[in-house]
Design a protein around this ligand. Sequence first.
Ligand SMILES: [Zn+2]
Length: 224
Amino acid sequence: MAALAPDASETVACEECDLLQRLPPLPRGGKARCPRCGNTIATRPMDPLDRPLALTIASAIALIVAHTTPLMGLSAVGRHASTTISGGVLEMWEQGERVTAVVVAFCAGIAPAGYILFMLTVLLAVRRPPAPQWVGEMLRWGRAMEPWSMNEVMILGILVALIKIAELATVEPGIGMYAMGAVVVLFVATMMTVDPHEAWRRIEWADTDQSPRRGSPDATGARA
Ligand SMILES: [Zn+2]
């Protein structure tokens, strides 16, 4: 499915029935359907930059809360303690569970933080076209981080940490756990609203100094 700038017009093939068709310029929030099979072949988001930016900022705040507040409280033999994500990772590393420690650190910390950082930079940089060329490189990096920041992977990381620690003590969820849940939900929302085509188009303007008429953004390496 392609997302289109208002003045762009391109020929696309329907993914369902392969019918080649010329797409008309779409209004904001508009959709184009295949005349033969009714499949949605293109959409133009209502708000391609502001909404993902707001969601990315919210994700950043939730991720910071998730990493600075206790992920869980622990009770063992009458003693009570709490741990943060990084505290848990450190503990696992010290106990010799190094692979688990690295997996949790990457899935719950490095990948989502990297994705947020790249998306924030890209979304801020493309606000006023022409966007600088390095934004294209950032966008590629952000997209590369995406599969690693997926909620399943993040939840898996947290679950592995939980199971490991639950072997040693009784676990009760802390604020960090709820914040991590919020991160997962916000990430899904961000990925749904962010429109890499819109960003690419703005970068292409800078690149070619002309209207974004030529070529599909997929030709430059972006994936829908
Ligand atoms: Zn079709």
